[in-house]
Write a protein that binds this ligand. Structure first.
Ligand SMILES: [Zn+2]
Length: 481
């Protein structure tokens, strides 16, 4: 019979098919497993260019192993990443380099060998790269961060001088600039960098040297109430100082760290940068007792600056004041109004204040700090934290700001709150952190985006700064000894 063999054949073939299918299935499963166990998938790549440094972030589903080599001429950085196949997000990196990137000229990527991707970053200048990994946090998975710092860092004071030169040369002759010699002052300050900081208590000229009886606030009473009569002016201190008054403005977050995000997607880092630029315009157009004022931004574009670097930058230009600008978020959409914070020496003035400080201090985790580098600087900063005088002045400054903000918007708390914000820890610079509004509240999110509110807020902060200086004139700088 010929029928039986045919059936047999068919059955045999079916069995063969099943085996084939099974084998294909096993192979697919194994491939999948191999991918999970020793392969990584690139999820996203980002480039954050700035004059300070350019950051390249490679985000993947598992940690990346990388080794890098810096080649001096022409300057370029080669990075070999293990366990990775070239995919689209990686290829897109090439197109993400902006022509105006101060540090990167271009990027090349290629499959160097099986499972090794080579990235070559062509550089515009000599770079001291920092390459480090960050564990998953917030919305991010594993990140490999390449921070490309110029080998010779720009001196922010020099930049301020250059900016000043430009504006004075374009200013009409006979303006108030002629009354003082801000440039000479800046240069002398720069050459006297080893001198004691301007507000150092050791100089005996600290803003805190007003007699104790005239000081109505202390860190323990946690703030100036709005209905308080203002404290007496410091008439015993010199009223006239011939120099430039420098206000450090610190727009929160930036780059990898968006800060709080509103219900309609507004990012804190964007609105606070806009507000800082508006306040900068006002400061640069102002003077106190004939002394021109100048704003210095700890970041003037969308890039991440670690918290301790913000303070360091402000101190390097010997800023008279430090104003950090943020926007709050809370669990519920109803929280509303602006708040102003000063540093607390011990416990935060309220648990909400402590919570807020923790949120803001998380910026370093999310934005991404090379912990190995940060450690020594933080220890040093903690050593010289004799901040009582600073806190007293900060509370006065914050009170003056709150009084003005009350005229343009709602207040969350009618007094200056205190908590352990990392950016407020400079011992020699009155420092406040302004939470401009609640970005988590849909109405306030809308306001934060509006030019009108941003302008009103910048005006209010400017008036607050001037009111503070009217009663607490900036001191004469200490020349080099
Ligand atoms: Zn913030």
């Amino acid at each position: 019979m010929r029928f039986k063999p045919q059936v047999k054949d068919i059955l045999k073939r079916r069995a063969q098919d099943r085996r084939d299918l099974l084998q294909i299935g096993i192979a697919v499963l194994m491939l999948g497993r191999m991918d999970v166990s020793w392969g990584a998938s690139m999820l996203a790549v980002r480039i954050w260019p700035s004059a300070d440094y350019t950051r390249v972030t490679l985000e993947s589903d598992t940690p990346l192993k990388a080794s890098q080599t810096f080649l001096a001429s022409p300057p370029r950085l080669a990075i070999d990443i293990q366990g990775l196949e070239l995919n689209n997000p990686l290829r897109e990196l090439v197109g993400k380099v902006r022509s105006d990137d101060p540090n990167i000229a271009g990027v090349r990527v290629g499959q160097y060998s099986l499972g090794v991707v080579r990235l070559v970053i062509d550089l515009k200048r000599d770079i001291a790269p920092q390459v480090f990994a960050l564990p998953p946090v917030a919305a991010y998975q594993h990140r490999l961060v390449l921070d490309l710092y110029p080998s010779v860092a720009a001196d922010p004071l020099e930049a301020l001088i250059a900016e000043r030169l430009q504006s004075t040369s374009s200013a009409p002759a006979g303006t108030s600039m002629a009354q003082a010699d801000p440039l000479g002052e800046l240069i002398s300050r720069q050459s006297g960098k080893s001198a004691l900081p301007p507000h150092s208590p050791a100089v005996g000229m600290s803003p805190n040297t007003a007699p104790p009886s005239t000081r109505r606030t202390s860190p323990t009473d946690s703030g100036v109430y709005l209905d308080d009569p203002s404290h007496p002016a410091r008439s015993e201190l010199p009223r006239k100082t011939d120099r430039l008054i420098i206000i450090a403005l610190d727009p929160g977050h930036g780059g990898e760290d968006p800060g709080a995000i509103g219900p309609n997607g507004t990012q804190e880092k964007d609105v606070v940068l806009q507000i800082a630029h508006r306040l900068k315009e006002r400061i640069n157009a102002s003077s106190m007792n004939g002394n021109p004022m100048r704003a210095f931004l700890t970041r003037d574009a969308d890039f991440f600056v670690p918290l301790h670097i913000r303070v360091q930058k402000a101190r390097s230009v010997q800023a008279d004041l430090f104003v950090s600008i943020h926007a709050d978020a809370f669990f519920t959409p109803h929280a509303q109004g602006a708040s102003v914070f000063a540093l607390s020496q011990g416990a935060a003035s309220s648990s909400a204040a402590r919570w807020m400080a923790n949120q803001e201090n998380k910026a370093d985790l999310i934005g991404g700090v090379n912990i190995a580098v940060q450690d020594a600087q933080v220890k040093r900063a903690l050593l010289d934290m004799s901040t009582t005088a600073q806190i007293n002045d900060s509370v006065l400054l914050g009170g003056a700001m709150l009084r003005e903000i009350a005229g343009v918007g709602r207040l969350h708390k009618p007094k200056v709150e205190q908590a352990g914000f990392a950016v407020l820890k400079a011992p020699d610079m009155p420092s406040v952190l302004v939470e401009t509004a609640f970005i988590s509240n849909p109405d306030e999110e809308e306001k934060l985006r509006s030019t009108l509110y941003q302008d009103n807020l910048a005006d209010a902060l400017m008036r607050g700064i001037k009111a503070y200086f009217a009663r607490n004139p900036p001191l004469a700088r200490q020349r080099s000894m």
